[in-house]
Design a protein around this ligand. Structure first.
Ligand SMILES: Nc1nc2c(ncn2[C@@H]2O[C@H](COP(=O)(O)OP(=O)(O)OP(=O)(O)O)[C@@H](O)[C@H]2O)c(=O)[nH]1
Ligand SMILES: [K+]
Ligand SMILES: [Mg+2]
Length: 445
């Protein structure tokens, strides 16, 4: 346990005008500061209504609720206090000044959580989950973050660690007692298969990590198609607002226009782009088309939209799309039969009449949920986790080939794999990783 010598404070509720503002304090003087301000004793875990005064001038700052927790039974594991005051800018400024004058220091971003981590109140994967929970915009993001905060990923990492420690025992026995006869059998039976099975498990998790990461960041969808196909009309329909300009002039959209949506609990960004056409000498439009292609290339999913009557446009579009992308014929109010598109699924909609749009939205929602997988399963949600698991896979792949012939080398590789997996929960903490993780937090967390 690390003992902090300074007492930190922060406005933990959002900045700006509000009904109530919540200040948190953590550190050895947390209670003393709260008591000085309140001019009375604050019993542990009891809410006290108090007039807060500047002890030097006796001036009233505000009145509010005050309570305190004794470490280690607190969020940070340290002594903590909380002040709930009126959420005006004047009160917040005044209270902040007085807190500093009494000797509390404004917290760095993520400093409360960092102290909680240092005091073993949560591990690194849980600290990350707390940041994700604060950032969560949709129900599934929240579900994923809550699961990880509850220890779902940490438990998994610990179970992998346990399996490797069990696999290590026969290898170490082979090193310590090279002449015992039954050791090679033990390695055969207990080490090699466990390692091989774990490699497979880790590979599955590494493969599916993309789903967890997508849910954190949001699924990116790009609308692509010839000019006047109705891309901006589709964006506006999805967004439920006039986000992009719609007109009957081909080449209306130039800049990529992005809106954020919640599709069935999945955060999604939809990008409207400039209509694709080769024959334009307008430099700005050409740049728009270049950007459209760049955005489309890096997106999780493309929706190719064309006027159902425009077979030339369909041909241009097909070249830009992969088999999993959505192909949509728009303006169904103006045509009777659909063009031939071979094996692939073709949606037919009219943004004018609304025909077919419900089906398209349903299919889209299903797809983004597939792209983000099961939010309530334990999984890797950050590149950091993927790096740790990849490192472990590499070390274990070397280990399996050496278990029999060179147990020393195999054991060393298994230990290395354990160290990699320990990075997930932060059993092995690299200072610079910690700095990066906690600095991404907001102040007051
Ligand atoms: N009849 C009919 N017209 C439509 C439909 N959808 C869009 N339009 C019209 O088609 C024209 C072009 O629509 P936009 O949404 O601007 O098309 P766009 O693909 O964004 O065009 P660019 O930005 O120029 O590439 C507008 O006049 C729309 O009102 C539809 O389903 N039926
Ligand atoms: K247009
Ligand atoms: Mg447009």
């Amino acid at each position: 346990m690390t003992i902090s010598t300074d007492t930190i404070f922060a406005l933990s509720s959002g900045a700006g005008r509000a009904g109530v503002a919540v200040f948190r304090l953590s550190g050895p003087r947390a209670r003393e500061v709260a008591e000085t301000l309140s001019g009375r004793a604050i019993p542990t875990r009891q809410v006290v209504y108090a007039r807060l005064r500047d002890s030097h001038e006796g001036r009233e700052i505000d009145s509010g609720l005050v309570f305190a927790f004794d470490g280690p039974a607190s969020f940070t594991g340290e002594d903590m206090a909380e002040l709930q005051v009126h959420g005006s800018l004047a009160v917040i400024d005044d209270l902040s000044d007085v807190l500093m004058a009494i000797g509390a220091r404004p917290a760095e971003p993520g400093e409360f959580t960092r102290r909680a981590f240092a005091n073993g109140k949560l591990d690194l994967a849980q600290a990350e989950a707390l940041a994700d929970l604060i950032d969560a915009e949709t129900t599934l993001q929240k579900k994923q973050a809550l699961g990880q905060l509850g220890g779902r990923l940490s438990g998994l990492a610990e179970s992998w660690r346990g399996q490797l420690i069990a696999a290590l025992a026969p290898l170490e026995a082979a090193i310590d007692f090279p002449d015992e006869d039954d050791i090679p059998d033990q390695i055969e039976a207990r080490s090699a298969p466990v390692i091989a099975a774990l490699i497979e498990t880790l590979e599955t998790f590494a493969r599916e990590a993309e789903q967890g990461r997508r849910l954190r960041h949001g699924v990116s969808i790009v609308l692509l198609g010839p000019p006047n196909a109705g891309k901006s009309s589709l964006l506006n329909w999805l967004a439920g607002s006039e986000a992009a300009i719609v007109s009957d002039t081909p080449g209306t959209t130039r800049d990529a226009i992005e809106v954020r949506l919640d599709l069935g609990g999945v955060p999604v960004s939809v990008v409207d782009t400039a209509g694709l056409r080769e024959l334009t000498d307008d430099q700005i439009e050409q740049e728009g088309i270049r950007r459209a292609r760049a955005r489309a290339a890096s997106a999780d999913l493309r929706i190719g939209l064309f006027d159902g009557r425009d077979t030339g446009g369909l041909a241009v579009l097909s070249a830009e799309m992969s088999a999993d992308d959505f192909l949509v014929a728009n303006k169904a109010d103006l045509f009777d039969s659909l063009p031939e598109v071979g094996e692939r699924q073709l949606f037919s909609i009219s943004l004018k009449s609304g025909a077919g749009t419900g089906l398209l939205l349903e299919a889209l929602t299903r797809r983004v949920r597939d792209l983000t997988g099961q939010a309530d399963e334990p999984r890797l949600t950050r590149l950091r986790h993927v790096h740790a698991v990849s490192g472990a896979i590499e070390a274990l792949s070397r280990a399996v080939t050496q278990t029999g012939a060179m147990p020393e080398l195999a054991a060393e590789d298994v230990r290395m794999a354990i160290r990699y997996l320990d990075q997930i929960t932060g059993r092995i903490d690299v200072e610079e990783v910690l700095g990066e993780i906690f600095s991404a937090f907001c102040i007051g967390k």
